[in-house]
Design a binder for this molecule. Structure first.
Ligand SMILES: CC(C)(COP(=O)(O)OP(=O)(O)OC[C@H]1O[C@@H](n2cnc3c(N)ncnc32)[C@H](O)[C@@H]1OP(=O)(O)O)[C@@H](O)C(=O)NCCC(=O)NCCS
Length: 120
């Protein structure tokens, strides 16, 4: 999902290149920054027919509950269009991952976000 949403012209070469760069960037900007005591939220979506009914909040809420109980950093890499949702429920951006396409004709930017346990 993360790898499709912003792409205008996806093909297998571009897709594989994007996934490889995303993985490397995630390692550098998420895993190395937040360390092993981390719960990373991956691939969240609510079916379009059921958006804005609280399901996304409840799904992330389960992650918040587990991370709080275990004392873990709670992180994710957001689609830019979803960053407002995460901010609304208590995450802050800690920076951006920017990926340049294999042909260097497009750039994709994804906010890295972490949950603020202290302010909640
Ligand atoms: C982002 C997404 C998961 C939110 O799920 P949802 O079930 O619609 O969210 P909720 O109903 O729990 O919304 C909670 C609050 O966030 C707000 N909100 C929801 N989506 C938002 C967005 N994209 N930007 C800003 N605010 C948003 C809602 O208005 C709601 O506000 P309220 O509490 O004042 O009523 C859903 O829109 C989605 O699946 N989007 C497409 C896939 C996607 O982008 N996933 C994220 C990948 S990182």
């Amino acid at each position: 999902m993360l790898d499709k949403c912003q792409h205008k012209d996806m093909n297998i070469t571009r897709g594989i290149d994007h996934a490889r760069k995303f993985k490397a960037a995630k390692r550098e900007y998420v895993d190395e920054v937040f360390g092993p005591r981390q719960l990373y939220l991956h691939l969240l979506a609510t079916h379009p027919d059921y958006q804005l009914h609280g399901a996304g909040t409840r799904l992330v809420g389960r992650g918040i509950e587990v991370a709080r109980k275990e004392g873990l950093n709670l992180t994710l890499v957001a689609q830019p269009t979803a960053a407002g949702f995460y901010t609304h429920i208590g995450f802050s951006s800690t920076g951006n991952i920017t990926i340049t396409s294999v042909d260097e004709d497009e750039k994709f930017t994804y906010p890295v976000m972490a949950y603020n346990f202290t302010s909640r």
